[in-house]
Design a protein around this ligand. Structure first.
Ligand code: HEC
Ligand SMILES: [Cu+2]
Length: 326
């Protein structure tokens, strides 16, 4: 046997050993907890499994594949990038959760009108048996708002209020209106009526006063926040509510047929100016409970929800845009 021949045989044997070793190694990892997750459209079952157990600080190895169309896997309230989940392919992902809690995973690809129902949960338990901290209740609960009631605006402006014009009257705003709490707990129409009876603003006509309300709303948002709100809206809301928020997204018809309700039209002053940020937050956090409006509480962070809300008001006021200040 020539030297080179021996060498190539050894190589082949090593090669065969490797081929044998790979499934072996995979199995060994499997024993330690590689979890295989299959994605299917919500109508055909969504995620399998739809509940996963984990331990805080212990890496969770996931292998993801799709049994039908292209999906994507993301974890709510986190900045872990979404992973594509493709038919006939395995995507690997390792997650480590620092804190115990219930985390939601969801699909970020619009695979159909029930797409948003593709959600599952990861129950992460901790080593410390300390009881979970009770969180502060959301503002709509504290304010005791009925978020399911109709909320027509009691007054509406003659045209679209201009935040930039309103800025010239900013110094006249009473101090009590300057806190974020004031903005969050008042609809623009309520703020208008409240300011209308304030002596310090008696010199302004109604149109000026609406401009001042637009300014007050703008001063409670930042251009970065609005830009994030716009991005989140395009990704999560536009398919139902429409690119320009008219309530006419590509799935609006399907949602109407499925749940009987049309997605809200955020460009309509007669309802949007009657909605406070707290009310909108309640609807977004909790969802419509059967109206076709999903619940976003497990998916978006508090700050992201406030940013989407600032963005929703840009359809009511001029000068309140995501590129203001650029
Ligand atoms: C699958 C379709 C769908 C998606 C996606 C969706 N919505 Fe809705 N939304 C609806 C429907 C239908 C309604 C009307 C029924 C209701 O109020 O519950 C609604 C109502 C609302 C309301 C209540 C408005 C009011 O005046 O009371 C808010 C606020 C809202 N959506 C925000 C959002 C935001 C923000 C997103 C994205 C993060 C979003 N929605 C995504 C279908 C959807
Ligand atoms: Cu999907």
């Amino acid at each position: 046997m020539k030297h080179s021949e021996l060498f190539s045989r050894i190589l082949i044997i090593i090669g065969i050993l490797l081929v044998l070793a790979v499934p072996f190694a995979a199995q060994a990892i499997g024993a330690q907890g590689v979890i295989e997750i299959h994605a299917r459209m919500a109508e055909s079952g969504g995620w399998t499994p739809s509940t996963i157990q984990g331990k805080a600080g212990v890496p969770l190895h996931l292998r993801l594949t799709s049994d039908d169309v292209m999906h994507s896997f993301a974890i709510g309230q986190s900045d872990t990038p979404a992973v594509d989940v493709l038919p006939g392919q395995m995507s690997e992902l390792t997650l480590t959760f620092d804190k115990p809690g219930t985390y939601t995973y969801y699909c970020t690809r619009w695979c159909g009108p029930n797409h948003w129902r593709m959600r599952g949960t990861i129950e992460v338990t901790g080593n410390d048996s300390g009881s979970p901290q009770p969180g502060t209740p959301p503002l709509y609960v504290t304010l005791n708002l009925d978020i399911d009631a109709a909320h027509p605006a009691s007054v509406t402006p003659g045209g679209i209020p201009e935040a930039q014009r309103g800025a010239q009257f900013a110094a006249l705003l009473p101090n009590r209106t300057l806190s974020p709490d004031y903005y969050r707990s008042h609809s623009p129409a309520q703020a208008f009526q409240d300011l209308r009876v304030d002596q310090s603003l008696a010199s302004l006509n109604n149109s000026d006063l609406w401009d001042l309300v637009a300014y007050l709303w703008q001063s409670n948002s930042t251009s970065e926040g609005l830009a994030e709100g716009q991005r989140l809206f395009a990704q999560n809301c536009a398919a139902c509510h429409g690119e320009t928020a008219g309530g006419n997204g590509v799935f609006a018809g399907d949602i109407k047929a499925l749940a009987g309700k049309t997605p809200a039209n955020f460009s309509d002053p007669s309802t949007m100016l009657g909605a406070s940020p707290a009310l909108l937050q309640g609807k977004i956090l909790r969802g419509g409970m059967g109206t076709g409006m999903p619940s976003w509480g497990p998916i978006l962070t508090d700050q992201q929800i406030w940013n989407v809300i600032s963005y929703l008001y840009t359809f009511q006021f001029n000068g309140n845009t995501a590129d203001a200040g650029k």
